[in-house]
Ligand binder design. Structure first.
Ligand SMILES: Cc1cc2nc3c(=O)[nH]c(=O)nc-3n(C[C@H](O)[C@H](O)[C@H](O)COP(=O)(O)OP(=O)(O)OC[C@H]3O[C@@H](n4cnc5c(N)ncnc54)[C@H](O)[C@@H]3O)c2cc1C
Length: 384
């Protein structure tokens, strides 16, 4: 590919690590719906998932630009970093809003890989995209909160030690502002026992995502992050980082798909010529390539602003939108190039096709991203 690559040393190291986990590793996990435990453990032991934890807490204190390149390269190798990406960024709420005592207690152990904080309980069945309508409630009782409710699509919870949980502490109807009255808690998943029932969701991709039923879960008040009632703002605060990292993963997917489509288009001969000679095959790949490169520029623009401590909501949202669309364009181009073989699991294109589709919907749907751009960037009236 023609573009000059940013962070070449990181790319080289991640490529070396990922080369040990080839297509068959990911394909078999996908078939058996298994978690990439060995891969994730190696990534943690080598410190790559601690990229965003500052050095004073045992991490490597890298920039979001570099962190994005790590995840991009995992997906570009044919892997799926959604299995562990949250270990990189969920701790951001703790880092920015936790007390010094909480940070000292957890961050060094997250950085060393001793404990995993990669489950994030926000989405609820009845609230959907309208997070302010969540009903999971944390009632204060002395030194504890007692939590009741339920979450849906809580990913990686069976492979995490801690979960960041969003719950209401004041009912919606009693709040002066609907974005107030929620708290973020660090929940010890091992200590929860029967108070959290986990029901795995059989999903289109191998993602280890679950429905949670929470009954009388006792959370010590010292595990609340920041001030009472301001949890939604702490959540929002971490979203730009999430958008930039997820955009990077989509760019990795897009590049894997484009590379494969180009290679196959040159090799496969039908009607006595390579199929890639047909414009019907090459134009969609070229289009996806252009789209990916544009998304890449926006991703690095957002990352540069983020790393400089500047506002970057507009750029981070646009990067996530463009990158997820580029990955989807590349997925369709790859399927069309592979023809029937695109549907055969052994070529891995159908797996990447499914994985690439996720980022148009989660962690936030592109409609909500467009709502953000329309309302907050362009000043159009709020539509909902
Ligand atoms: C594999 C997977 C993993 C996930 N992991 C997690 C996780 O770890 N933690 C977690 O908390 N959540 C997780 N989620 C949930 C994810 O964040 C939500 O699915 C997503 O935010 C959309 O919410 P919803 O599914 O309830 O859709 P809904 O809110 O029901 O929306 C359905 C559709 O309607 C559209 N829509 C709704 N309102 C509007 C509007 N006003 N304007 C325009 N369009 C609108 C949406 O954009 C969407 O396309 C995961 C989801 C999946 C599929």
């Amino acid at each position: 590919m023609a573009t000059r690559e940013e962070c070449p040393e990181i790319r080289r190291e991640i490529r070396k690590l990922c080369s040990k986990y080839g297509d068959a590793y990911w394909r078999n996990l996908d078939r058996d719906k298994q978690y990439p435990e060995v891969f994730v453990r190696e990534l943690m032991e080598t410190g790559w998932l601690a990229a965003l934890i500052p050095e004073e807490y045992g991490g490597s204190g890298l920039s979001i630009r570099e962190a994005g390149v790590i995840l991009e390269e995992i997906n570009r190798s044919g892997g799926n970093s959604a299995a562990c990406h949250a270990q990189m960024y969920i701790m951001g709420s703790l880092l920015r809003h936790g007390s010094e005592e909480q940070k000292r207690r957890y961050l060094p152990r997250i950085a060393s890989g001793e404990i995993r904080l990669q489950a994030f309980g926000v989405t609820e069945a009845d609230a959907g995209s309208d997070t302010t309508r969540i009903r999971t409630f944390a009632r204060r009782e002395g030194d504890y909160y007692v939590v009741n409710g339920g979450k849906i699509f809580t990913s990686r919870v069976q492979h995490s030690d801690l979960m960041l949980l969003l719950a209401r502490t004041t009912p919606y109807e009693q709040c002066e502002k609907k974005t107030l009255g929620m708290c973020l808690f660090l929940v010890d998943l091992h200590g929860a026992g029967d108070a959290i029932e986990v029901r795995p969701i059989d999903a289109m991709i191998n993602h280890e995502t679950n429905q949670l039923f929470i009954r009388d879960l006792k959370v010590p008040s010292e595990n609340r992050i920041g001030e009472e009632g301001r949890g939604f703002y702490y959540l929002l605060d971490g979203l730009n980082a999430e958008r930039i990292l997820v955009a990077s993963e989509s760019i990795g997917d897009a590049r894997w798909l484009i590379d494969h489509a180009v290679r196959y288009g040159k090799e496969r001969v039908v009607f006595n010529r390579p199929i890639g000679q047909n414009q019907g095959i090459q134009f969609p790949i070229a289009q996806a390539y252009a789209h990916t490169e544009a998304a890449d520029l926006m991703r690095f623009r957002a990352a540069a602003l983020f790393d400089a401590g500047e506002p970057c909501g507009e750029e981070a949202n646009m990067a996530k939108l463009l990158a997820s669309q580029a990955a989807w364009a590349a997925a369709n181009a790859a399927i069309d190039t592979y023809g029937g073989y695109g549907f055969a699991a052994e070529f891995d294109v159908e797996r990447k096709f499914r994985e690439a589709r996720l980022f148009s919907i989660a962690p936030i749907s592109n409609n909500m991203v467009l709502n953000y751009i329309a309302e907050h960037v362009l000043g159009l009236p709020r539509s909902y």
